[in-house]
Design a protein around this ligand. Structure first.
Ligand code: CA
Length: 233
């Protein structure tokens, strides 16, 4: 009996764009999400004791992430994943002094963040046999994130790494339009407006390689999306 109790992740980040972007990815991965924009709010929320994991930004407007982490550690073993803008902080953060479980340096790939969260929670709750890796399907098209494998029916399709990531991103947001800038940010990790033709070139390659199985729809003047399949029944 695999109980599918929803785990709650607390996202502590004062930059609302990052907080909402991280929340979106976590919700898509099946987690319940709460957010806090300050260190003191984080401490209040953490004290409720119903959080499975905390994502904690280092730079906060009041009590900084390191101090928040130290205070939480006085009374709780809840897993903490720190976000930092600098590599130099890492030894200290992960060390016994502060006691975070893991860290990510900004800017990070949101898929990487979700993978870290899953892996920390798996370590924290070893009795839960969670799915080894995520898989997505759309009609005849199947993609396996763990193996980084794409198949159309029985045939494996060879994709370049960014082609794979782009396809995953679109399928993972089935029905939603993603702009070229959003795709650049999520797939390539650009945090500024880059050359969006990169996206078009990769979409063209994906369509060529996937042929009729390509689920990608151009939304003129906006970006791309994957249309919902009719064969869901
Ligand atoms: Ca911040």
């Amino acid at each position: 009996m695999a109980s599918q109790q929803t785990q709650t992740v607390l996202v502590v980040e004062d930059e609302s764009s990052i907080a909402s972007f991280v929340s979106l990815y976590l919700k898509n991965a099946g987690y319940a999400v709460r957010t806090a924009a300050t260190g003191s709010e984080a401490l209040t929320q953490a004290a409720r004791g119903d959080t499975s994991l905390i994502i904690l930004d280092l730079m906060l407007p009041d009590v900084d992430g390191i101090e928040v982490c130290r205070r939480i550690r006085k009374s709780s073993d809840v897993p903490i994943l720190m976000l930092t803008a600098r590599d130099e902080d890492v030894d200290k953060i992960i060390g016994l002094e502060v006691g975070a479980d893991d860290y990510l340096t900004k800017p990070f790939n949101p898929r990487e963040l979700v993978a870290r969260v899953k892996s920390i929670l798996r370590r924290a709750t070893p009795e839960r046999r969670q799915q080894e890796s995520a898989k997505l399907q759309h009609g005849d098209l199947r993609i396996d994130a763990g193996r980084r494998e794409v198949r159309v029916g029985e045939d494996e399709i060879q994709l370049a790494p960014k082609e794979f990531d782009l396809l995953w991103e679109l399928l993972d947001h089935k029905g939603l339009v993603l702009t070229r800038d959003q795709l650049l940010e999520r797939v390539w990790g650009y945090t500024f407006a880059g050359d969006t033709r990169t996206v078009d070139v990769h979409v063209r390659q994906l369509r060529r390689k996937l042929g009729d199985a390509s689920p990608i729809v151009t939304v003129w003047g906006v970006g791309y999306k994957v249309a919902p399949t009719r064969d869901a029944a």
